[in-house]
Design a protein. Sequence first.
Lengths: 215, 220, 263
Amino acid sequence: MITQLLSSIAQGVGLTLYVTAASLVIGGVIGLVLVGATRSPIALIRSIAGLYINVVRVIPPITWLFLIYFGLPQFTLRLTTIQAAIIGFSIIASAFMAEIYRSGLLSIPDGQREAAHALGLSTVTTVGHIITPQAFRVALPAIATYGIGLLKDSALASTIGVREITYYAQQSAKQTHEGLLSFVVAGLLYIVISLIVALVARRVDLTLRRKIGVA
Amino acid sequence: MDLLTQWLGWLPNLAPGLGVSLQLTGLSLLFGFPLGLLFAVMAASKVALLRWISFLFVEIGRGLPALVLLYLLYFSLPDAGITLTSLTTAIIALTWNTGAYASEYFRAGLAAVPLGQKEAALTSGLRGWAGFRLIILPQALRISTPPLAGLAVLVFQGSALAFVIAVPELMSKAFEIGSITFEYLSVYVLTAVVYGSITLVFLALVRVLEWRLGRHLQRN
Amino acid sequence: MGLSFGTKAPPTALSGEVVVTGLGKSYGAARVLSDVNLAMNEGEVVSIIGPSGAGKSTFLRCLNYLEVPTEGEISIGGAHVVAGGKLPDKASLDHLRRVTGMVFQSFNLFPHLTVMDNITLPQRKVLGSSKEQAQAVAERLLKRVGLPDKAKAYPARLSGGQQQRIAIARALALSPKVMLFDEPTSALDPEIGLEVLAVMRDLADEGMTMLVVTHEMHFARDVSDRIMVMGNGGVLEIGPSEQVMSDPQNERTRQFLKAVLDR
């Protein structure tokens, strides 16, 4: 029974991973733009970025999903379930990633910027070659943790019909009347994937830190 | 303004939903935080069994998506012969979820209280529970407050999930209005505004609380 | 004995000369630097000493605009800037930073780059040197500071003294006309500090114009040509090293030296 359940529910793993990864990457890129905007010399850009970050984070993910999937068609912007899910999660991820970057940037000692200035490095070079690589390394554990959180949030995509793990678990529950078992299997899948991601992230972080001699 | 009148017209329908959401959130926090504290204390226990039970409950409560936890209980409890209302099921699921996350924050907070405090409490005649309650716990709580506040926000957002097991909270009311009027965008924007503003007000209050808890540390 | 100037603008400095007139800085109501004047010839070594909070580092950091002076004029190696409470135009700022090299108390090496990259990156980005040119310069400088085999190492694995010497190499790689040292050995154990001071001494012997904020009185007396004593944001005294150390004119200098040397 369990193997049967496992094989049917595991069909959802692909989309779970896809939605999570796509949202993390897109959100990560938008987050970079956002954090840059929060440091812009133009007050208007700073305000908009700050507003975006604060608004996105206080609205429940499921509300975002429903807003995008059910609300946007009114503008004849009909999206597939997967598209709506990725857009929704990317927006949310971008706000959280911006905050993670901000912490990373804050942890870079002022001395790094001062040395770069004293050497005459341009702002572009300083940000691109000195600050960002260091901030990213520092932020990596936090990004991994957030990624795992996003993995769990991706279960919400089932509510708008994305055929990921939770969706198949629901189907199994209805069809086989093995509700408990179905969701135990689903839960285990999420836990196993999270563990793998956590282990990989820890390995990567350790390798990077050993390379530059801080571990 | 047309939008405003539309929204004002919907508020009476949404209000009971909001009430249920707040009820769900409040009860989950009320039961979840102490549960988290219990898990944290159990995790530090010398009794291996207690540590294991705590570990299991925390890892499952944290490792599973809240939605899966919700479905799990919703489908499994009836099979075990326990019939509960959707709301109660949701409260149990959310409490478990909250307790699991809270336990980690409490563990960090407890660990962060300097060892010397425990020793000072002992030598001041405050043993066991009294020492814990009066000296250690307040300091641990102060450290844990910011992440716990963040957790409270997440629980409030999590309450929106109860919609899928037919709990008549805010999201479900919004969906009702949407399916009748087809003004999905408008009603969900309003819903977002409601969630957002309550959260922002809550966060502002937490900042005041943090300030008051940390006042004794400011050098003036 | 101080140096005085007329009210006309002083001549723009050539090559390694430093001419600073009337430098001042205020943080709102607080006056951090007042009327600091300094003229250095090429190849001169001047040490800046004085009690904490005297403004020594602030003064030094104004010279390459890590701090923004509110009034005064700076002429270093052909770059000329009139202070006005904000950053100067990009061209002047870049010029100023190219003719000056700075060594920091906390080294500030880039931890995510190898020693070689630390020294070649600025050359490639600021001077436009090719990778080969930059590496050749880096190897030469590493040999000069006594660390020829550390090119591939990462800074975190090196001792403080080694890191500081690499920081010196990194600054020298851009061929500055004047080297600014902000308490280069304060974060190092005295023994380790000697390695760094030795490199600085060699640099001085080779004719580099150097301005050094330091607590190392031996260095100040033995290696520098002149000593500038600062207190409370102003210059208390400036003169030949031997003379300032053994026979200071200013009362506060006397007190400071007494406190520092009588341990």
